[in-house]
Design a protein around this ligand. Sequence first.
Ligand SMILES: [Ca+2]
Ligand SMILES: [Ca+2]
Length: 290
Amino acid sequence: MHVVFKTDGSGVSRGFSGSYRSYDYNAVISQSLFGYIASPGYPLMYPRSSHFSWTIYGGSGTFIALRMLSFDLEDGSSCHYDYVQVYDGPNNSSRTLYKMCSIRYPPVIMSSASYLHIVFNTDNSNEYPGFAASYQVNDCIFTLTDTSGYIVSPGFPAEYRDNLYCTWTIIAPPDTFIVLSVSEFQLENNCAADYLKIYDGKYTSAPLLGTFCDTAPPKIISTTNAMLLVFKTDGSIISIGFNGTFTTDGILVIFFLTTCLSSNTYLTFAVQHTPQSVRSAPYATTFQIL
Ligand SMILES: [Ca+2]
Ligand SMILES: [Ca+2]
């Protein structure tokens, strides 16, 4: 807030007096496995010059997943105006997972252990609607329907936990396919213990595109409009996990091919084309493009 008091060259009076306050608020949430947090006043404008924080504790042996549902803050280049900062622990001396002021953030943020601390700071000008988020204890089952997004193992880049079973089901619009790019990847070097499996469809009954533990997945392209990732860890030895992105920008092209079988017999069939392969519609065989 900025107050200007100006007087001209003649005439005086008693002036004015007033008071102000800024807000400082901290909530500790420890009794619920699921809930919502939002910037004060959401979806109306948040207050200026304020400091809010939430500390979520899931109980011993848990982790917390925080999903951003809506996010509209004053967007500064280095987030020095208004920002949300998420810490992987009980307070602001813990490791920062993300500092956010624009919508360039993972939709789900996961702690590596049982605490998540969220700070919302505003400066003294330019208020916006703010943010709303949900949290859930031990939530590791995700359905992703955006056309692009992030996939991050719990707590990344800190170490993941023992005995995890996490799934990400990516569902793209019909007649499109999914491109998955994993940028960082480090698991226990034993696929019988910890692994990431990627399937070419919604379910584990779909064709397996790969099982990964000691080497990072290459860029993977589905041949359907769905992809399933399963991340499983056993009861000992942990590592940092992985992060990656997916897009569903591609278009599945179907074209027709006519083949001459003999001097007067022709066969016409549809061919599906993705960047990886072509496949004639009546046949299961896939022909790789070299
Ligand atoms: Ca501001
Ligand atoms: Ca392990």
